[in-house]
Write a protein that binds this ligand. Structure first.
Ligand SMILES: NC(=O)c1ccc[n+]([C@@H]2O[C@H](COP(=O)([O-])OP(=O)(O)OC[C@H]3O[C@@H](n4cnc5c(N)ncnc54)[C@H](OP(=O)(O)O)[C@@H]3O)[C@@H](O)[C@H]2O)c1
Length: 422
């Protein structure tokens, strides 16, 4: 047991037998410091041992990792495992289905927590039920530490920090464009989407929450900002000189960024954040933006209608399945934040471009890196941030940007002069 923390484990990875959990386990063994005390947790010992042994064929030190068995619905087992951890990193999802007890125990027992939740109702519930408890216990509860929503949240944080430190100016607007990308889909992600749709069909309050751009701010009545509607159709971006389309994850990412803005006291007095997908130049881009908009509408319709949903479930991956190593290695993504400052004394505004680039499948290879580095950041970096239900930007900020740069991702900020080439 460590004298440093009085805890047996630096990081408990819960859900290590799942598709993303296996990738995160391998990331932590391969990239964590040699003295990292990692434990793998889940509900099935055989599966966890198989994962550990498989990783040990490539990284022998994995062979000594302790296995902790606990069903996420078993409150006593959860409390016993959580109380021995400095940080719990969980990939047990859908979070609204399986994640409640783990986050509640972390908030109560003062244990730092990170996850891959992209589920707005689950995050809202955590804020409402556990923020006060986590503030009192000192637990930093950080949702959305994967492709949703780190490139959005830390990108906005980075441009705000740059404008403040280089020019002494607040951030007025950040428009994030998710551009070129290639990757796959796992069964857990599909399950989370289906769970979200089923829940919002059942409860009109959840439908209303999903449509609220300020769904995750501390106080939904008073902490409002400028109008920031979700993009619903193709739009032309003068900045990029391309067409743009609605981005499927913007309904999560934009909410996380707006929570960070409120918790950090405001990037600027009237900060506005918008997010979309950027298309290739020219007519091809116009056609692609139309196709994506129509495709998203068709997918949402098909998933809401029981017979077509059942058909889709047959062809989409099941829990535990996901893109092959070859697909993950061939993947990548680029996100561009084009940010405009508040005016200076002479009325001039600064404009900057932050480029965020990942070199493998965004939802799996890069996500394992992002959540793995988040867990390491919480466990090992000297961050002086108080407890509460926060966001990656609030709890980890530049510490995590530095880690992700060192892990091979691009996080660049430069003056914005002209549309970037595509
Ligand atoms: N934010 C992002 O960018 C991002 C990217 C990818 C995935 N995700 C999310 O990450 C989550 C996991 O995805 P995935 O593809 O890895 O899913 P998965 O393969 O289905 O894995 C789910 C994991 O949860 C475990 N589990 C389920 N119920 C449990 C319970 N009651 N007690 C303990 N463990 C339990 C499963 O254990 P068994 O093996 O024993 O069944 C498995 O280890 C999903 O919510 C997905 O949406 C987010």
């Amino acid at each position: 047991m460590s004298e440093r923390s009085g805890k047996a484990h630096d990081i408990v990875l819960w859900g290590a037998s799942g598709f993303v959990g296996r990738l995160v386990a391998e990331y932590l063994v391969g990239h964590g410091p040699g003295d990292l005390r990692l434990a793998l947790a889940g509900r099935n010992r055989d599966k966890l041992e198989a994962v550990r042994n498989e990783i040990a064929t490539r990284l022998p030190r994995a062979g000594a990792i302790p296995i902790l068995v606990g069903d996420s619905h078993d409150e006593r087992a959860v409390a016993a495992i959580v109380s021995n951890a400095r940080v719990v990193c969980t990939t047990v999802g859908p979070y609204g289905k399986y994640g409640r007890q783990i986050v509640a125990a972390c908030a109560r027992l003062g244990v730092d927590y990170c996850d891959l939740a992209g589920e707005v109702p689950f995050m809202r519930e955590t804020i409402d039920l556990h923020d006060t408890t986590a503030r009192a216990s000192g637990a930093r509860i950080v949702h959305a530490c994967g492709f949703d929503s780190i490139p959005s949240d830390l990108g906005a944080y980075l441009v705000a920090h740059h404008l403040k430190s280089e020019h002494g100016l607040g951030l007025s607007e950040d428009r994030a464009y998710f551009g070129e990308q290639k990757g796959g889909l796992s069964g857990g992600t599909v399950d989370s989407m289906l769970h979200g749709i089923a829940e919002s069909r059942r409860d009109p309050k959840l439908r209303e929450l999903a449509c609220d751009p300020y769904a995750l701010v501390p106080n939904r009545t008073t902490d409002r900002g400028p109008e920031a509607p979700d993009q619903r159709r193709p739009e032309y971006s003068e900045d990029l000189a391309t067409w743009t389309a609605p981005f499927i994850m913007a309904m999560v990412n934009t909410r996380v960024v707006r929570r960070s803005n409120m918790l950090l006291g405001g990037y600027g007095p009237s900060f506005r954040y918008l997010e979309s997908m950027s298309m290739p130049k020219g007519l091809r881009g116009w056609a692609a933006a139309g196709g994506i908009t129509a495709g998203l509408g068709a997918l949402s319709g098909a998933l809401s209608f029981a017979p077509t949903r059942k058909l889709l479930e047959l062809v989409l991956p099941s829990p535990g399945e996901g893109p092959s190593k070859a697909t993950r290695d061939a993947g990548f993504f680029v996100a561009r934040h084009i940010a405009t400052s508040e005016p200076d004394a002479a009325g001039r505004r600064q404009r900057v471009l932050a480029t965020v680039r990942g070199t493998s499948d965004p939802g799996y290879g890069e996500t394992a890196k992002m959540v793995g580095e988040s867990a390491l950041c919480l466990a090992r970096d000297a961050i002086r941030v108080e407890g509460g239900v926060t966001t990656p930007a609030v709890s980890m900020g530049l510490h995590l940007v530095d880690r992700l740069r060192a892990a091979g991702m691009t996080w660049d900020v430069a003056p914005f002069l002209a549309p970037p080439p595509r």
